[in-house]
Design a protein around this ligand. Structure first.
Ligand code: TYD
Length: 334
């Protein structure tokens, strides 16, 4: 078996690649990644020498690059390539439309042209939009409210349209907020942990009462693998951790875990525009395939804090250059 993974140098993609190499000895992987700011070769340094792993630098929006990466054929494509950070999508939406919609389209065209037998689109629970109560199921209408989630929804809709129109062999997973090792330090958990380790304050948007459902990256990667191997073509599967938490509760855990105090290290800052208050997804469909999250949230969060404490050599270089410019644009005026 040979699978093409796109965006495999990112957070979830790199964890997926490590899982597959460890647990699927019969699978060879090609990783096509553009190496944008979040695509970091250090995420996969430990597997670089594995003969079952090959890396190709390139852009999923370029048809020839995609054809070349597929080469003589692949048994599946798993598309992780995406711009993923809501705050960046508010500052610069165009990059999101390009990668998340045009990139998906380019891959779907390659699936048709080269008869790839399976294509899995990695998506997000954010496409359902704000969920004041209850849980989103896979057939709910999409109601994205940020340029990021609207771009991901556009990608999902293309994937499902290629199923309806061309019979393309597609699957979609919609994961909830993911945490764990190797997450670029712009998202809530890694940003806050690394700030706290550095003895800096953390910026809580608005009242901090927004709710996210937290999923460990290992459980997310397993869910994607499960759907890839056992999902029914044409279907969408929610993958949620089942750990709804207020941002302030997460903040408190991180502050305590880093030995800091809420009074000295937490700043309530101006809210994110269009900020969704709550996400929640029903996961019965993925569970019916035999998947369930294994990582206990309290243990997973503690282990994640410890990982960032032990791996300053991984994240400290990331919090320089491009990151500092972004941080200033994002937070200086708040
Ligand atoms: P984030 O990690 O950006 O994920 P998403 O917006 O895709 O859910 O944010 C998670 C939550 O944390 C979200 O409600 C926004 C909030 N947040 C802050 O309060 N401050 C921050 O600096 C960041 C990055 C996020």
């Amino acid at each position: 078996m040979r699978w093409l993974v796109t965006g495999g140098l990112g957070f979830i993609g790199s964890n997926f690649i490590r899982l597959v190499l460890r647990e699927r000895p019969g699978v060879r992987l090609v990783n096509l990644d553009a190496m944008t700011y979040a695509g970091n070769p250090a995420n996969l340094r430990d597997v670089e020498g594995d003969p079952r792993y090959a890396f190709v630098r390139g852009d999923v929006c370029d048809p020839q690059t995609v054809r070349d990466a597929i080469g003589s054929g692949v048994d599946a494509i798993v598309n992780f390539a995406a711009e993923t950070h809501v705050d960046r999508s508010i500052l610069d939406p165009a990059a999101f439309l390009r990668t998340d919609i045009l990139g998906t389209h380019t891959l779907l065209e390659a699936v048709r042209e080269l008869c790839v037998p399976r294509f899995l689109q990695v998506s997000t629970d954010e496409v359902y939009g704000d969920v004041p109560d209850g849980e989103s199921t896979e057939t709910d209408p999409l109601c994205p409210r940020s340029p990021y989630s609207a771009s991901k929804a556009g990608g999902d809709l293309q994937v499902l349209a290629y199923r309806a129109t061309f019979g393309a062999p597609v699957l979609v997973t919609r994961g909830s907020n993911t945490y764990g090792p190797y997450q670029y330090p712009e998202k809530l958990i890694p940003l806050f942990v690394t700030n706290l380790i550095e003895d800096r304050p953390v910026p809580v948007y608005g009242d901090g009462r927004q709710i996210r459902d937290w999923l460990h990256v290992e459980d997310h990667a397993r869910g994607i693998l499960h759907v890839l191997e056992r999902g029914e073509l044409g279907n969408v599967y929610n993958i949620g951790g089942g750990n709804p938490r207020h941002n302030l509760e997460i903040t408190q855990r991180l502050v305590e875990g880093c030995g800091r105090s809420m009074t000295t290290h937490v700043r309530h800052v101006e809210d994110r525009p269009g900020h969704d208050r709550r996400y929640a997804i029903a996961t019965a469909k993925a569970r019916a395939l035999g998947w369930e999250p294994r990582v206990d949230f309290e243990n997973g969060l503690r282990a994640t804090i410890d990982w960032y404490k032990a791996n300053g050599a991984w994240w400290r270089p990331l919090k320089s250059g491009e990151f500092l410019d972004y941080y200033k644009r994002q937070y200086a005026h708040r």
